[in-house]
Design a protein around this ligand. Structure first.
Ligand code: GP9
Ligand code: MN
Length: 613
């Protein structure tokens, strides 16, 4: 044992250093709820098995090469860890393998990424710098040796412990039901951050084989599930907006908590508040997006399918067949178009839009974009809508047109001259700046709809306005809770996943609905309002106005919300009080949520629409 330690000091040094670093950083960064001591112990030991294995491979190399190997491994693993730290800061999630496809978005993402990187992050690599110093200067303090691994019985057992722990973790994950594979916090908790990637790679290969092994018979269970939960749409509203134009506005990062509220005595969304008076407004409407964020929201709205649990479906499954809303509307005589002043390749939109049935895509190249009319991610919303109207007027009616805003995007940069409201005052610049950018986008919506009125397009248009996903990541909830004037506990953090949904049909009286719903419910609702029978559309959502509607929303991490209960993080909470109740009460919700997500996944992974006429 002693000889082994003496001969492999550098190996052991690197393992211990990276192990401690991984444990400390994982504990402080990832908000993983670990209540019990044993779980903490497993969480602490989990990375060790992987580290021992990966570093020990170095023993097979010549002694002169080993320090370099240890250095490279330390650097690579530190990059994996640090990338997840940066990603987690804003997305509260871990990077998955299909997301590497998103690297083509990296250029446009730079505004966000720069805001997430801190100068002191160099500390995350300080150990690597030290190892580099040792390795490259050939410091003798850390001797290395080849094939000297002849440990005593005791040492063998000592080394086996973490490896066994890792194996147990994998067995544990295997035995977890599928619901857990949707919640990456739980996976990383059980596996540790490095083993998580082994799991993700296994999952990846398993998913990829699914397409090949799918056939028509896969539909039978799915159809049964859908039939069981299908609710007839509201007959009175059938066709109420027949042949009207449809303007869908995907509002970047708009959360529901700002609606009807004030800051410094001023309304945050004065225009939307006014519009809601004369609209159908859904106050318990949840976003259901995954890692593909805006594009996932577009996908859900247009397909009534869930997005995927890993990566962006726009990037991973653009070759599939779909039965999307734009395509259906096109078949009913609509012109279909999308307006978004960003690069057309972002999220693969230029490829995916035709697949969904959109005829035209007005993107970056179709707008006059200058430094003056841009901020943060690109063109300012007011200017975006102004120029969009010019394009819109040339499109034959009826049209189905989707507009995607950009100004209210993290990190919420906005020129002083565009501030209609002062920023909030807290320790989080994200929370502070969020209010003026939301207020700015609200103004842009006013400008847009007024312009449509001037063009004579308003009266005959139905407006569908929704928030695409969260704006304030949980990492900023401490500061947000100051604004809200209440603590954000687990149930509150789930309720913060509400985004507004406003359906405005000129001439109709407004009404606020409290039904628990999600983005998945938009497509069946629109079909009904437009007087298009559901026919054989496969939709996971249900009409929002349906008489027999059940209050239900499942989020992409497996969280389920109803009127009375919230199932999240393997806990069952009373909706009103937020207090934990017996998990048994949530079993049916958990089960239904799991089936919803996994059947929808099955359709996408198996490209099952190709078996339908
Ligand atoms: C990019 C825009 C923002 O074009 O839609 O995407 P997001 O980062 O919110 O997914
Ligand atoms: Mn977005």
């Amino acid at each position: 044992m002693n000889a082994f330690v003496n001969n492999n000091r550098m190996l052991l040094f690197c393992i211990v250093l990276l192990w401690l670093k991984t444990f400390i950083i994982s504990s402080i960064t990832f908000q993983i709820n670990i209540p019990a001591f044993v779980e903490t112990l497993i969480f602490a030991i989990n990375p060790l098995g992987f580290l021992i294995l990966i570093f020990s491979i170095g023993l097979l190399f010549k002694t002169s090469f080993q320090p370099k190997y240890f250095l490279v491994v330390s650097l690579l693993l530190s990059i994996v860890l640090y990338s997840n730290v940066v990603y987690y800061r804003e997305f509260n999630d871990f990077i998955t393998l299909p997301m590497l496809l998103m690297s083509s978005n990296a250029g446009d993402l730079s505004t966000s990424v720069l805001a997430l990187i801190k100068w002191y992050d160099i500390l995350y690599f300080i150990d690597v710098l030290y190892i580099a110093y040792i390795a490259l200067k050939k410091i003798d303090l850390f001797t290395v040796s080849q094939f000297t691994f002849r440990p005593s019985k005791g040492a063998k057992i000592a080394i086996m412990i973490p490896v066994v722990f890792t194996l147990i973790a994998f067995v544990q994950v295997k035995s977890l039901d599928e619901a857990h594979s949707f919640n990456r916090d739980q996976l990383v908790k059980a596996l540790g951050v490095y083993n998580f990637y082994i799991y993700d790679a296994l999952l990846h290969t398993q998913i990829n084989t699914q397409t090949a092994f799918s056939d028509e018979t896969d539909w039978s269970k799915i159809n049964k599930h859908l039939a069981k939960h299908r609710v007839s749409a509201n007959e009175e509203l059938f066709g109420i907006a027949k042949d009207m134009n449809v303007v869908v506005i995907s509002v970047e990062s708009l959360e529901n908590f700002v609606i009807g509220e004030t800051l410094h005595g001023k309304e945050i969304t004065p225009y939307l508040n006014e519009l809601i008076e004369n609209s159908f407004y859904f106050e318990n409407f949840y976003y259901q997006t995954g890692q593909g964020k805006t594009s996932d929201a577009e996908f859900i709205i247009n397909n009534s399918l869930y997005p995927l649990g890993r990566g962006a479906v726009f990037l991973t499954h653009f070759e599939n067949e779909y039965r999307a809303l734009p395509e259906t509307l096109r078949n009913h005589g609509y012109s279909t178009s999308v307006f978004h002043a960003n690069d057309k390749t972002f999220y693969n939109r230029d490829i995916m839009y035709p697949v969904l049935g959109y005829d035209q895509f007005y993107s970056f190249d179709n707008y006059d974009i200058s430094i003056e009319n841009s901020v943060g991610w690109g063109m300012k919303d007011i200017e975006f809508f102004r120029q969009s109207v010019n394009h819109l007027t040339s499109i034959p009616q009826p049209f189905y047109s989707t507009f995607i805003t950009l100004t209210n995007h993290f990190p919420y940069d906005l020129d002083e001259e565009d501030h209609y409201i002062d920023q909030y005052d807290s320790e989080s610049p994200v929370v502070n700046q969020y209010f003026p950018t939301v207020r700015y986008t609200d103004e842009a919506l006013r400008v847009f709809i007024n312009q449509l009125k001037q063009q004579g397009l308003y009266e005959n248009t139905m407006f569908v306005i929704y928030g695409d996903h969260y704006g304030i990541a949980p990492g900023h909830h401490k500061e947000l809770s100051k604004y809200l004037g209440k603590e954000i506990d687990l149930s509150e953090s789930v309720k913060l996943k509400r985004v507004p949904l406003i359906i405005h049909i000129p001439g109709l009286e407004g009404k606020t609905f409290d039904t628990v719903a999600g983005q998945i419910d938009v497509m069946p609702t629109l079909l009904n309002l437009l007087g298009i029978p559901e026919g054989n559309h496969i939709m996971f959502g249900n009409d929002l106005f349906a008489k027999g509607r059940q209050d239900f929303a499942v989020l992409r991490d497996g969280t389920v919300i109803t009127k009375d209960l919230i199932y999240t993080n393997d806990m069952c909470l009373n909706y009103e009080t937020g207090l934990e109740v017996s998990i048994k009460k949530c079993e049916p919700l958990k089960e239904k949520g799991l089936l919803e997500l996994s059947y929808s996944d099955k359709i996408i992974y198996g490209d099952l629409f190709r078996f339908q006429n």
